[in-house]
Design a protein around this ligand. Structure first.
Ligand SMILES: *[C@@H]1O[C@H](CO)[C@@H](O)[C@H](O)[C@H]1NC(C)=O
Ligand SMILES: *[C@@H]1O[C@H](CO)[C@@H](O)[C@H](O)[C@H]1NC(C)=O
Ligand SMILES: *[C@@H]1O[C@H](CO)[C@@H](O)[C@H](O)[C@H]1NC(C)=O
Ligand SMILES: *[C@@H]1O[C@H](CO)[C@@H](O)[C@H](O)[C@H]1NC(C)=O
Ligand SMILES: *[C@@H]1O[C@H](CO)[C@@H](O)[C@H](O)[C@H]1NC(C)=O
Ligand SMILES: *[C@@H]1O[C@H](CO)[C@@H](O)[C@H](O)[C@H]1NC(C)=O
Ligand SMILES: *[C@@H]1O[C@H](CO)[C@@H](O)[C@H](O)[C@H]1NC(C)=O
Ligand SMILES: *[C@@H]1O[C@H](CO)[C@@H](O)[C@H](O)[C@H]1NC(C)=O
Ligand SMILES: *[C@@H]1O[C@H](CO)[C@@H](O)[C@H](O)[C@H]1NC(C)=O
Ligand SMILES: *[C@@H]1O[C@H](CO)[C@@H](O)[C@H](O)[C@H]1NC(C)=O
Ligand SMILES: *[C@@H]1O[C@H](CO)[C@@H](O)[C@H](O)[C@H]1NC(C)=O
Ligand SMILES: *[C@@H]1O[C@H](CO)[C@@H](O)[C@H](O)[C@H]1NC(C)=O
Length: 481
């Protein structure tokens, strides 16, 4: 899709290898025949598209495109060597107005990319049902209305990538239209106002289907067992919808899954150990704010590729399995606001490489295991609102990237010692240690001096200051999807 690889333009360079003794007229002839220009019909299809844009919203194309009669030379247009328009690549051109269905008259068009513009109106279904388009990206526009269910004249469409995300589309996804997309690999419908059930039978029609992103819509109903038939599915994201029910057992037959996320839905049920372990390719598992309960299964330790585990704001109980220490790829773990109990010392963190670890708002107890300080790349550690006790380890000063530490509302002791150790954390910007150190005297100002980068410090019932700098590690929940 690089506009630089214009085959028409490349052919102008073909004169270089031609021996210099070739008569000039032959050279000119061959030159002319190879740079065949686009047909009148293709040119008028593009002109009609241009006319559909608003006068002050054509991104200057009106001026640029008149310069040449050959539309293969136009900005954003790529042709094949025989002068057929194959690419219309006009992302972020400031385009406004509507998308003309005339583009469907470009019968050799393979890639249409109009993302990051301000186009309005509906998406012409002629483009979705095109007999040539392989990739259609109209993401980040202001398109609206439902996608009309349309009977296709073809039994199989070439479309592989359809990105209609970040628009204002409404209604249900057109299921019979999806049925003829037998070559579909990726469907991105995120950040719209789609309703109805998730499109679940895609894999039964499109055997290579790999990416489905439905985040930020109002899809409802259950997660269909049909997803179990998606043997090539790598990415399944449907966070921030109104889905309900449990994760179906069948889903865990989709063993290619690398990214499974359903945060902010009204699900129920538990993480079933024998199911989870089938997803050995999993890199991201996000079931935050879904309502799942039960315990974390031992089999989590067998997910050796797992980098992100988000289970915050659920009802998960019991102790953390020591097998978690075997998740050596894990970088982000968010268990905030569950009902975990027991100690973290069960887990040997030595082989792990955590960046952000959030164990806050649970019933954890015991001391913080020394092995956690082996995670040299730790940036944020949240332990607030638990029953941890003991002293702050001197090893905390050896974490070069630690910039956020919250231990509020636990039973840590020896504040003077704690501050001495924390002073060695040169990168600390936020330190929340209030409601600990029962009965101890808060040290003098000089004990607090020496925190070079500190922007936020809460020691006791002090009000929070500089909340903005907190949001980086606190508010991740709001955009995760
Ligand atoms: C496609 O081209 C035909 C004639 O070549 C024309 O009649 C028709 O209106 C065009 N379709 C669109 C959608 O522009
Ligand atoms: C469309 O273009 C944008 C901007 O260059 C790019 O990020 C996006 O990946 C392209 N879409 C497809 C489907 O290739
Ligand atoms: C739209 O989504 C497709 C498929 O997920 C992706 O390849 C493409 O890069 C996305 N486009 C943008 C502009 O993000
Ligand atoms: C879907 O498109 C959105 C932009 O609207 C993008 O942020 C997201 O990464 C895309 N999803 C996938 C899986 O490519
Ligand atoms: C959602 O879509 C709207 C409209 O295109 C866009 O302004 C907004 O940035 C998108 N949000 C995200 C998170 O991509
Ligand atoms: C999976 O596919 C098979 C054969 O294509 C079909 O018989 C079965 O009903 C499908 N299963 C689900 C849950 O859709
Ligand atoms: C904890 O999670 C529950 C849902 O399980 C939610 O209702 C509640 O607001 C959350 N509390 C906090 C403090 O985040
Ligand atoms: C971690 O994995 C090793 C090798 O697979 C296994 O022997 C060990 O029991 C596992 N540790 C835990 C705590 O499950
Ligand atoms: C912690 O345990 C106590 C009693 O053991 C219980 O009342 C409380 O609800 C628990 N808190 C959480 C967050 O689970
Ligand atoms: C943790 O594991 C490391 C090796 O991975 C080992 O050297 C160390 O003794 C273990 N620590 C505990 C407390 O079991
Ligand atoms: C301090 O933290 C910031 C943000 O986490 C990071 O970019 C930077 O590299 C760190 N600096 C040092 C000296 O580790
Ligand atoms: C605090 O810790 C230091 C070093 O471990 C120790 O010498 C001191 O007695 C402790 N103070 C209190 C009040 O426990």
């Amino acid at each position: 899709m690089q506009p630089l690889n214009l085959p028409c333009r490349r052919s102008t360079n073909t004169k270089l290898p031609v021996p210099f003794f070739v008569p000039v007229f032959v050279l000119l002839l061959s030159f002319a025949s190879r740079t065949s220009s686009c047909t009148e019909q293709e040119r008028s299809s593009l002109v009609e598209f241009l006319e559909g844009l608003s006068k002050d919203g054509d991104g200057g194309l009106g001026m640029l495109w008149v310069n040449s009669i050959d539309c293969c030379q136009w900005e954003g247009i790529t042709c094949s060597s025989n002068g057929v328009v194959t690419d219309v690549f006009l992302p972020a051109k400031g385009l406004r107005g509507s998308i003309s269905p005339s583009l469907s008259n470009l019968t050799g068009l393979l890639h249409l990319n109009l993302s990051h513009n301000s186009l309005e109106g509906t998406l012409p279904m002629e483009l979705v049902l095109s007999s040539s388009i392989v990739a259609l990206d109209v993401s980040y526009n202001h398109l609206s209305g439902p996608l009309q269910e349309r009977q296709s004249t073809y039994s199989s469409l070439p479309l592989q990538v359809l990105n209609i995300s970040s628009n204002f589309f409404t209604g249900q996804l057109p299921s019979t239209t999806l049925e003829v997309m037998k070559n579909l690999v990726a469907l991105n419908a995120s950040n719209n106002s789609f309703t109805g059930p998730m499109p679940s039978s895609i894999c039964n029609h499109a055997p290579s289907f790999a990416t489905l992103d439905l985040c930020y819509n109002t899809f409802s109903g259950i997660i269909s067992p049909e997803f179990g038939n998606c043997s090539m599915l790598k990415v399944l994201k449907a966070g921030h919808n109104n889905l309900n029910g449990a994760l179906p057992h069948e889903l865990f037959s989709a063993t290619s899954l690398e990214h499974l996320s359903f945060p902010n839905n009204g699900l129920q049920g538990v993480l079933h150990g024998p199911n989870l372990v089938k997803l050995t390719n999993l890199i991201v598992l996000d079931l935050g704010s879904t309502g799942i309960s039960g315990e974390m299964p031992d089999s989590i330790g067998q997910l050796r590729r797992l980098e992100e585990l988000h289970l915050d704001n659920n009802k998960i109980s019991g102790e953390l399995p020591s097998a978690l220490g075997n998740c050596t790829s894990l970088k982000y773990i968010t268990l905030r606001n569950n009902s975990f109990r027991g100690g973290l010392s069960r887990i040997n963190f030595t082989q792990m490489d955590l960046r952000i670890a959030d164990f806050s708002v649970n019933n954890f107890t015991g001391t913080v295991p020394e092995s956690i300080y082996a995670c040299r790349n730790l940036i944020a550690l949240r332990l607030a609102y638990n029953n941890f006790y003991g002293q702050i380890s001197p090893r905390i000063g050896n974490l070069p990237f630690l910039s956020f530490l919250s231990i509020t509302n636990n039973s840590f002791t020896n504040i003077t010692y704690a501050l001495q150790q924390l002073k060695n954390s040169k990168n600390l910007t936020s330190l929340l240690i209030g409601t600990n150190f029962k009965g101890e005297t808060i040290p003098q100002d000089e004990a607090i001096d020496g925190f070079e980068k500190l922007q936020v410090l809460t020691i006791d019932a002090c009000p929070l200051v500089g909340e903005k700098s907190l949001s980086g590690y606190q508010g991740s929940q709001s955009w995760r999807c």
